[in-house]
Write a protein that binds this ligand. Structure first.
Ligand SMILES: N[C@@H]1[C@@H](O)[C@H](O)[C@@H](COP(=O)(O)O)O[C@@H]1O
Length: 245
């Protein structure tokens, strides 16, 4: 695993955007796995900025997002569909038909998860997967205890995740209880993985996920077994990292 220490959120975002840009430049028809949450917003802002300056071309890029709340319509401003359009897709020259998320409006979980998983496989897999890290170590919406061998599936969100995400809704009652998410197995099949983390509040989970034992109780710990993971984190998130010899 490569670890890049950023001075702050802006520096983390620029470093992560540089890695994504390099992927697009080296393989203009790449498949990017994308993430939501507050952490990657600055990364997307930086990519949009470079696109506007003429330095990046998304016309050949295909994207697959990690997850989506079950039950939210696309025009709901808390859906990940809405998030991706407002933070990235609407501002760059990516073709709408090349952007993919699980369909939160499909009530049949088995049908939607099978469709999404086979779509990812039909694209030939993900070249670079961007990940944020939940406070409890979740990646996508793979909550602690999730089996490592799962593909795209429907999850019941944990209380702590509902609590953490309620800041985006009017109240905790409005946070959906379920989500569709790529499974750990799907995520681990990506050729390269880029994890972005910032803030002191994530320091414990960064230590546990990347320097602790590999265990389903910390889903992100499985990333230690992937052969091409890059962690870009700010100094605060790395503050509890053990001293390396
Ligand atoms: N499903 C998303 C995750 O993909 C994300 O990594 C996590 C952390 O979010 P934040 O970056 O806001 O801390 O939140 C959500 O639960």
């Amino acid at each position: 695993m490569k670890i890049y220490k950023a001075t702050d959120y802006r520096d983390m975002s620029r470093k992560a955007a540089n890695i994504i840009s390099a992927q697009i430049i080296m393989k203009p028809d790449c498949v990017l796995g994308l993430a939501t949450g507050s952490t990657p917003i600055g990364t997307y802002e930086q990519l949009v900025d470079w696109y506007k300056k003429g330095d990046l071309d998304f016309s050949g890029v295909t994207t697959v997002n990690l997850d989506e709340y079950k039950g939210l319509t696309k025009d709901n401003d808390q859906s990940y569909y809405y998030f991706m359009h407002s933070n990235l897709f609407d501002h760059v020259n990516i073709l709408p038909e090349n952007t993919h998320l699980p369909d939160g409006t499909e009530p049949d979980s088995a049908k939607e998860c099978a469709r999404y998983e086979s779509l990812i496989q039909s694209l030939g897999g993900v070249d670079l997967q961007l990940l944020g890290l939940g406070h409890n170590g979740h990646i996508g919406f793979n909550e602690p205890g999730a089996a490592f061998e799962k593909e795209t599936h429907c999850v019941d969100l944990q209380e702590s995740t509902i609590e953490a995400n309620k800041r985006f809704f009017n109240s905790a009652d409005e946070v959906p209880r379920q989500a569709y998410t790529m499974g750990i197995k799907t995520i681990m099949q990506a050729k390269k993985i880029l994890v972005v983390v910032n803030g002191e509040g994530k320091a414990d989970i960064v230590r546990d996920a990347f320097f602790g034992p590999v265990t389903p109780s910390v889903p992100a710990s499985i990333l230690q077994m992937h052969n091409d993971v890059t962690l870009v984190a700010d100094a605060a998130a790395l503050s509890k990292m053990p001293k390396l010899k």
